[in-house]
Design a protein around this ligand. Structure first.
Ligand code: 26Q
Length: 818
């Protein structure tokens, strides 16, 4: 017996089967006697969705009743990947579904492969948002995510003759069972127009008379926690034409044009901008940012007003987190609403704003900081520009009081940058208005304090903190590596580590145990087999499972130094070619795997991709090399590809030039999966070293503190002969495309080697040699691998989120009773 309040849905295999068949017939509208794998996937997803909705309702009902302080997490990017496997695991009903499907003649895994990734983000920052949503739900925090529902996610990468081409990601073409369209939840978002003065109750107010209105419609994506009934919401906004849109044309009788013009509104949420940190100041991007911010703030204030008649408790009930500066217009929007619309007065509105907003920066390079031309801001958001000027005026007054006439300091810290193109510095704006500014690793924090935001740190040292990034073990071990998950749970005697990652440290005691080592190697072998099959299907290249799988997967960028990796591979190839038979027998076979997308306008990154292919072509087809060396470029790298590749890797590379990677989160996923790291002491790696010990990884390269001096040396920096030789091979056309690779070679020679590939090359080769040596001794390697997993606990996003909750947001768990 169950009461209605327990929910309607049962999770025994027979009920699940009935549900799936129901959805085949009535949701997918196929005959229950004939449906294919994709239709079965759709029906299965809808049955899982029903269960998600039930928990979602209960959670929100409960949050409403308790009215706790809520966190609103604003991000322009979320890289959610696939939802099916993650959902059934977090809901705790995977086994039941496997049974139910088995009886219907389907295999769960096969159906799961039908799903495509939700790729509404670029890379690290976006996947971090997704991991953090999982942790917020699992830890029962009353949180909401807000983002944009891009019609096209991150471009698909296809490779033609070794060159990257971009294609649109039509991810919604086959429907999306994981979202719930809320046509009734929509808000008008306004742009352009003018600002006028109005007198009301004897006071003067500014009134914004907008020129264009677009409607934002909500799409809700339930995010289930693991081992809890809580399911939180990720609300994504889509742009639709509003009743107000282009009324002018209707009035002038141009009906056809008016209807056509209406469709233009939808452009706003059409496409995700690829991460191109030098690409700034585009009107559509600013429109996207404000569209998303305005709808979210209206929604948040509406929810608050549902239960409060004034703003007295606003700061006790709401924390707003902005993910990098991309959503920072939210700050100005709240100020505008409280001041212009709610008439709270400047001081009160400002006080509220400064208490509710916190901001995390993911950037290291000052050039990467977002700037918006004043002209653009003034035309699209005229009232917002005025408010920014008013805030800046007051801020400058404060600076004068504190630092007197130190004009160069004022100029550096001003929210408005004077210059050829007068611009708004969104990071300065965010620092001035937020109560906390967080970095994403300790090294990053040090760089923020001493370089990027030094002036601000001197002014407000207590505002600055850091929360080292983390990733969720639910997706990065439980979903993607079920065999490892089973071994861990068996040896720890519990599954509790899935919610309490610190328990993983318990594996340390067994790191040398022969039985665990054997099981550990078996898991790796199973995952390598899966990966090898994938590689063969993709490229036709058969790889040896005895080889070390050496992986570098991440966005292609000069600072991440995929080129260092490729030059290292060329060196290895060159060595193998010149060896005699007896030396060749000592070579540790390698399968080098590289994957990642280059921003469409980033020419050098695209050349690196082409070089990977040119080298692969030569090496993989050289009969004299055989299994000793293979190079595979995995196209269209995304979350699902990572889930397949990471568990099957032995070694992974994180070799950014020290001082350039704010944190890096890929390394944490590899660590959890027992892959050894070959890395520079950059970003979060410095903290990883502290957790697992330098002996258990392969470290290389200059340290953050050494980089400036090396750069200053320019052409006189010491570069090993091997480096000169491998670059020469590329330059001379050994891999073809001589002219095309010339400019790529120019980036690392003749004193122009900004990312210090030459300076770090000898150290890189030494680290690679140490990895070879360790791999020969499988007991030693396996021990290092077990110690990597057991030392990965600190890098769970659960820990990051607990820290944010306590030190930044001031929120407490609100657990929906079962
Ligand atoms: C900027 C202007 C116009 C269009 C797009 C952008 C844009 C979009 C995305 C700029 C930057 C990004 C993404 C940045 C990012 O992913 N940063 C990474 O964040 C990770 C999570 O904190 C860190 O681990 C990485 O070190 C950092 O590079």
């Amino acid at each position: 017996m169950f009461g209605l309040m327990d929910g309607f849905l049962k999770n025994d295999p027979v009920s699940l089967q009935k549900d799936i068949v129901y959805h085949v017939e009535y949701t997918v509208a196929r005959s229950r006697f004939s449906f294919d794998d994709f239709e079965a996937y759709q029906a299965l997803s809808h049955s899982v969705r029903d269960r998600l909705i039930e928990r979602w309702h209960d959670t929100h009902q409960y949050f409403k009743k308790k009215d706790p302080k809520r966190l609103y997490f604003l991000s322009l990017e979320f890289l959610m990947g696939c939802s099916l496997s993650n959902s059934v695991i977090n809901l705790g009903i995977r086994d039941q579904y496997v049974d139910a499907l088995g009886q219907l003649g389907f295999e769960f895994e096969v159906l799961a492969e039908q799903e495509g990734d939700a790729a509404l983000g670029n890379g690290g920052l976006a996947r971090l948002s997704a991991c953090q949503m999982d942790s917020l739900a699992t830890l029962d925090f009353p949180a909401w995510g807000y983002g944009l529902r891009y019609q096209y996610g991150l471009f698909r990468q296809i490779i033609v003759d070794g060159f990257q081409h971009e294609q649109p990601d039509y991810w919604l073409n086959f429907g999306n069972p994981w979202e719930i369209e809320r046509v009734q939840v929509s808000y008008a978002v306004k742009f352009y127009g003018t600002v006028e003065e109005e007198v009301s109750n004897g006071s003067n107010y500014k009134v914004w008379i907008p020129g264009e209105t677009v409607e934002a419609v909500a799409y809700d994506n339930p995010i289930p926690g693991y081992g809890t009934r809580n399911a939180i919401n990720l609300r994504l906004w889509a742009a639709k034409p509003s009743g107000q849109y282009d009324l002018e044309s209707y009035n002038t009788g141009d009906y056809i044009n008016a209807v056509v013009n209406r469709q233009k509104a939808e452009i706003i949420s059409n496409v995700l901008y690829p991460d191109d940190r030098s690409y700034q100041g585009k009107e559509l991007r600013l429109k996207q940012q404000y569209f998303f911010v305005s709808a979210s703030i209206q929604d948040i204030i509406r929810r608050f007003k549902d239960v409060h008649d004034n703003f007295d408790e606003f700061t006790e009930k709401i924390a707003l987190q902005i993910n990098d500066t991309h959503p920072s217009l939210a700050i100005i929007e709240v100020m505008r609403v409280l001041f212009d619309e709610e008439h709270l007065g400047w001081d009160k509105a400002w006080d509220i704003v400064c208490k509710i907003f916190s901001f995390t920066t993911h950037t290291v390079q000052p050039e990467g900081l977002e700037k918006i031309p004043v002209d653009l801001m003034g035309s699209l958001l005229p009232r917002h520009l005025q408010i920014i000027y008013d805030i800046n005026y007051k801020f400058m007054e404060e600076l004068k009081k504190k630092f007197g006439q130190d004009y160069s300091r004022h100029a550096r810290m001003s929210i408005v940058e004077e210059g050829a193109v007068k611009s708004i510095r969104m990071a300065n704006l965010s620092i001035v208005c937020c109560h906390k500014v967080n970095g994403v690793s300790r090294v990053h924090f040090e760089l923020l304090k001493t370089r990027v935001f030094k002036d601000f740190y001197d002014l407000w040292p207590l505002k600055f903190q850091y929360k080292t990034n983390g990733v969720t073990q639910r997706r990065w071990i439980v979903v993607s590596n079920p065999s490892l998950c089973a071994v861990i749970s068996k040896w720890l005697g519990t599954e509790a580590w899935v919610r309490n990652i610190d328990l993983l440290a318990g594996l340390r005691d067994y790191a040398s145990d022969a039985d665990l080592q054997q099981e550990w190697r078996m898991v790796k072998k199973i995952n390598k087999m899966r990966l090898a099959e994938y590689i063969e299907t993709l490229s036709g290249v058969k790889v040896s499972l005895d080889a070390m799988f050496d992986v570098q997967i991440k966005r292609i960028h000069e600072y991440k130094r995929q080129l260092l990796n490729v030059l290292g591979i060329i060196h290895r190839y060159d060595c193998i070619k010149s060896m005699n038979e007896s030396d060749r027998r000592k070579v540790v076979p390698r399968v080098c795997i590289i994957g990642g997308k280059a921003a469409p306008g980033y020419e050098i990154a695209k050349k690196i991709i082409k070089l990977c292919h040119a080298v692969a072509e030569k090496v993989n087809n050289d009969p004299g090399v055989g299994d000793l060396l293979k190079l595979i470029f995995i196209p269209d790298y995304n979350v699902s590809v990572a889930e397949l590749v990471i568990p099957g890797s032995d070694l992974s590379q994180h070799v950014s030039t020290a001082g350039h990677e704010a944190s890096g989160t890929g390394s944490m996923k590899f660590l959890m999966n027992g892959c050894l790291l070959l890395a520079t002491a950059d970003g979060s790696t410095v903290e990883i070293i502290e957790e697992i010990g330098a002996d258990n990884m392969f470290l290389l390269g200059a340290r953050v503190s050494e980089v400036p001096a090396l750069r200053d040396q320019g052409a006189s920096v010491r570069v090993p002969l091997q480096f000169v030789r491998v670059v020469r091979m590329v330059r001379d056309g050994y891999f073809g495309f001589k002219d095309y690779f010339e400019s790529l070679c120019d980036t690392v020679e003749n004193g122009k080697d900004f990312y210090l590939l030459g300076a770090d090359f000898a150290s890189y080769l030494e680290a690679q040699a140490a990895a070879d040596l360790a791999f020969v001794n499988q007991e030693k390697w396996t021990r290092m691998s077990i110690l990597s997993t057991s030392g990965s606990g600190r890098f769970s996003s659960d820990r990051t989120i607990e820290e944010y909750a306590e030190q930044t947001w001031g929120i407490e768990p609100c657990k929906c009773p079962f």
